[in-house]
Write a protein that binds this ligand. Structure first.
Ligand SMILES: [Zn+2]
Ligand SMILES: [Zn+2]
Length: 491
């Protein structure tokens, strides 16, 4: 049985409700009795470093009901976007980047003219590298502004600078070409230069409807140019008109929402430049310069976050990331209200809450258990997977049966291959649980992390397991494998 297909909700289908409480939204589905479960009817169970969920009605494993991120409208997610910069860590990043930019701006003023391109290029790269790092961080689900990876910055410093410059110039090209060359009475590049520096203003330019139309085109085009750049597509994708139209159509109304928010941020950006001008005029040397740079970063950082949110919710329609990355649990971070005692080898199922019926497992005698165990051993030996799984299911109900770790591992692997992920999780956990010092334990845990992360979309818990493996079995091959799969942690 494929546990995934049945647990993914369509974008338009109604939210599921609990089997026992028809008015409570359900967040899990039992893999055995198929009941939809609310946080009162699902049972949380902590085993090792992993939190699992069981069915409170029949005692089997339950898995989260998943839905596309699109189910939560983008507008709802945007409501808190303004907070992004205004957190303690966000303000720290703002000041740190402001400090670097202020230093580069200072260099730009100090160096002789033929050296000026160098600090200018560094300034642009630093800005755009930060910008695209923030877009991508948000698109991966990091909803708080935290110190970006500076190694990444400098490694990819110049390229993001050029890409950012390309993206933000291309969209204004039609307006620039019109004013410089196509509009009656133009005199080419020189006039254009004077207009841009504010030294010249051809009569009637500001009331020219064609210019305004082209500027509007630029404003609507800009978000897509930045998205395409952040998603790592080549600059040619920005001017490929049919492709651009297809992408905008795919994003639908959300694209217009984002274009509107960015236009609003553009106005805020102009206002912050006025504030920055005032700060510089105060001339408290370093403080003025750093604060002025930091203030003008507020709108771009927020814009990066907003674009990242669009990628986070709708990136799949741009071909960004794998489809399954866009699924999330319908109840978000909600956990079952009841927690069962930690799992032991002989009690693989959670306790049922009061009032729920738990299937009673028959307590069999020692002899039956040992017979079952030797049957399982020969089934494993002869690689008879259906037989081994059937025997394993029976043995799980027998408290006296002590299944050896390598048989748990065998069943875990077989269940993972067959797509029975809840069983795989239970068996792999048991493998690590019954003999934590056996070499099977780290192997079982790595496989467990892969099932959780790659098959059950539970990347958070997969990461927890990887970290546990690194911590508990630091010298094993499993830990080396795990290290490649978790971002470096602060500790
Ligand atoms: Zn059930
Ligand atoms: Zn319920």
């Amino acid at each position: 049985m494929n546990a995934l297909a049945s647990d993914v909700l369509d974008a338009d289908s109604p939210a599921p409700f609990c089997k026992q409480h028809p008015r409570a939204p359900a967040g899990w589905r039992c893999q055995s009795c198929a009941a939809a479960l609310c946080p009162d009817c699902a049972v949380g169970r902590r085993a090792q470093t992993v939190e699992l969920v069981g069915c409170g009605l029949c005692g089997s494993g339950a898995s989260p009901i998943l839905a596309h991120r699109r189910r939560t409208p983008l507008a709802t997610r945007l409501k808190d976007a303004w907070r992004y910069v205004f957190t303690p860590s966000g303000l720290q990043v703002l000041v740190a980047v402001g400090l670097t930019l202020a230093f580069l701006a200072f260099l730009l003023e100090m160096v002789v003219i033929f050296l000026k391109p160098l600090p200018l290029a560094l300034y642009g790269s630093m800005f755009w590298a930060t910008f695209f790092t923030l877009v991508r961080d948000t698109s991966r689900g990091e909803m708080e502004l935290d110190t970006p990876e500076f190694i990444e910055f400098f490694r990819d410093g110049i390229v993001p600078g050029l890409r950012g410059l390309t993206a933000s110039t291309l969209v204004w090209m039609p307006a620039l070409l019109y004013v410089g060359f196509l509009r009656p009475g133009n005199t080419g590049w020189s006039t254009l230069g004077f207009i841009l520096t504010g030294d010249a203003m051809p009569p009637g330019l500001m009331s020219d409807p064609v210019l305004w139309l082209l500027l509007l085109l630029g404003a609507v085009w800009l978000p897509l140019a930045l998205l395409v750049t952040a998603a790592g597509m080549p600059p040619s994708a920005i001017i490929h008109v049919p492709r651009v139209l297809r992408m905008v159509k795919g994003l639908g109304r959300d694209y217009l929402v984002i274009a509107g928010v960015l236009a609003l941020l553009g106005v805020v950006h102009l206002a912050t430049h006025t504030v920055a001008f005032g700060l510089r005029a105060l001339d408290l040397f370093v403080v003025s310069r750093v604060l002025a740079e930091a203030v003008t970063l507020i709108a771009p950082f927020t814009a990066a976050h907003v674009l990242g949110l669009l990628l986070y919710v709708r990136g799949d329609s741009l071909g960004y990331g794998a489809d399954r990355d866009y699924l999330e649990p319908v109840l978000g971070n909600t956990r079952p209200r009841l927690a069962a005692p930690p799992m032991r080898e002989d009690a693989p199922f959670p306790e049922a809450p009061d009032g729920a019926t738990l299937v009673e497992f028959q307590d069999t005698e020692q002899r039956a258990a040992s017979e079952g165990l030797s049957a399982l051993a020969s089934a494993v030996e002869s690689r008879d997977i259906p037989q081994a799984m059937a025997l394993y299911a029976t043995l799980r109900g027998q408290p006296k049966a002590r299944v050896p770790p390598e048989h748990h591992l065998f069943i875990g692997q077989a269940a993972a291959v067959e797509g029975n992920f809840p069983l795989a999780v239970q068996a792999l956990e048991s493998a690590a649980d019954v003999a934590p010092d056996d070499p099977t334990a780290p192997r079982a845990l790595v496989l467990l992390a892969r099932v959780l992360g790659e098959k059950m979309q539970d990347t958070t818990r997969a990461e927890e397991v990887y970290r546990y493996v690194i911590h508990r079995y630091p010298d094993s091959g499993a830990a080396r494998f795990a290290r490649e799969r978790v971002p470096p942690s602060a500790d």
